[in-house]
Each structure stands twice: as structure tokens, then as C-alpha cells.
Ligand binder design. Sequence first.
Ligand code: NAD
Length: 243
Amino acid sequence: MPLRLLINGSKGRMGREIAVTATDLGLAVVAAVDLGDDLAAGIAQADAIVDFSSAHATRPLLELAVARGKPVVIGTTGHAPEEKRALLALAARVPCVWAGNYSVGVNLLYALTRRAASVLGADYDAEVVEMHHRFKKDAPSGTAARLLEIILAERQLTAESLRHGRQGITGERQPSEVGIHSLRGGDVVGDHSVIFAALGERLELTHKASDRGIFARGALRAAQWVVAQPAGVYDMQDVLGLK
Ligand code: NAD
């Protein structure tokens, strides 16, 4: 029997992409819910809920999932840090995958960045460069922020080491600096590069997204995985066995 899904945010860019991809993969979309629809109406038939909607939707969605014991995949972003902490505690009562980026390639980039930062050590200057379309409203991207967190953690540095762009007489680069540079333009879906540069060699790890279908495929891989897990909050590193 194919996995049966409820998609929340079904009329959005991601919701529509997920519905098409699910059908391609032979999964069944038994309920498509968007703003103003009754979320509870189709939940009984669903094996799992996939949510790419808005941050306001997450609490009622999780409360319902917990009440009905349904596994959840959360792709929605934009929760305030305190709000997210409370939501994660709620989400832990059902099997839940929660990731800010469902691309399999980006999640492998996280793992490779951790490994490179550890093997190469502090002698290799680390810089992150990201580029997104001209409509993006925030910088750096959430994915770049995650890459920076990984580098800082691996090098036991704090956010004070971050250098957001450089301008003027900055002085020589300090070994503890981690640079972040955000480029904006055109219709770029999302490029991320992590550069490790030493005297004599440079390693660059680059991921380029060209189609939002990668997020849909990753989220559906997460949905197929999470239905077999015990209650708890997981991320894509768990789904892909990268931990
Ligand atoms: P979108 O604006 O195209 O679609 C959002 C949809 O959600 C709309 O149809 C809207 O009507 C609906 N919606 C809003 N509030 C709702 C509610 N309370 N209940 C049900 N539906 C509601 O946005 P999008 O590009 O599809 O992105 C949706 C979310 O997914 C955003 O938070 C975005 O940042 C996130 N996103 C995450 C990833 C990832 O990999 N984690 C990838 C892409 C987008």
C-alpha cells in the first residue's frame, strides 16, 4: 500500500511541487490543505503530514498531529528561536523530521563541511559565499547560517568570529575569522560555497540548486523514513544516515 500523505500548504510553490513529486514516486496524496481549510478533515486517512506553509500554522498542526499520533515532516521556516524551542518540545511527542533545507545535496554539504573543518584545522581560512535570487528578503540564507554554525562549532569559535562582508581598511585577516558573503541577483535558486584556503592550497565545496524539486524529493524521502521511527525530532542528517 502506498504511503498516504496530507499536504499542508498545498496551494503554495512547495505544496504543489510536493503533490506532483509524490504522484511521480507512487505515493498517495489523500488530503491537500491550505489556508482556511479544515486540517482535521483529511487527517484520519493520512499516514503522515508534510507541512510547507507558514510559521503560524505549525502549532495547530503539531497539536493535531500529537492528538492523532501522526508522523510529521516540517519544512516551514521563519519561527522565532523561542517559539521554535516550544514547538520542538511538542513535535518530540510524535515521529517528526524538521529541517530548514530538505535538499539531499545540501545535507551532504553540511556533513562534508564538518569533516573538512575538522581535518583541515585552523590554518585553513574558512569563508562562506552564498547567492540567491533578487527577491530574497533576508541575508545570509538559513543554509549559509547553518554552514557557519558547523564551522564555528568544529573550531570552537563563537558568533563573534563572523565577518559579514568586508570593506575599507580591514587589516590582515585574523585566523579566527569566518567570513560570510551574500550575493543577490536574477533568478538564482540557491548557491552555497564553503572555501578553506591555506598558504599553497584551497579546497572549495559548492552546491548549486536549480530546481525546488530537490526540496520536495528530500521531504518525501523524510516522510517515507519517519513513519518507521519512534517519537522524537529528527533532521535530514538522521534521514540520510550522516550522523
Ligand atoms: P508559498 O507562499 O508559495 O506557499 C505557502 C502556502 O501555505 C500558501 O498556499 C498559503 O496559502 C499556505 N498557508 C499559509 N498559512 C497557512 C495555514 N495556516 N494553514 C495552511 N496553509 C497555509 O511558500 P513556499 O515557497 O511554498 O514555502 C512555504 C514554506 O516552506 C516557507 O516557510 C519556506 O521558507 C519553506 N521552505 C522550506 C524549504 C526546506 O527545504 N525546508 C524549501 C523551500 C521552502
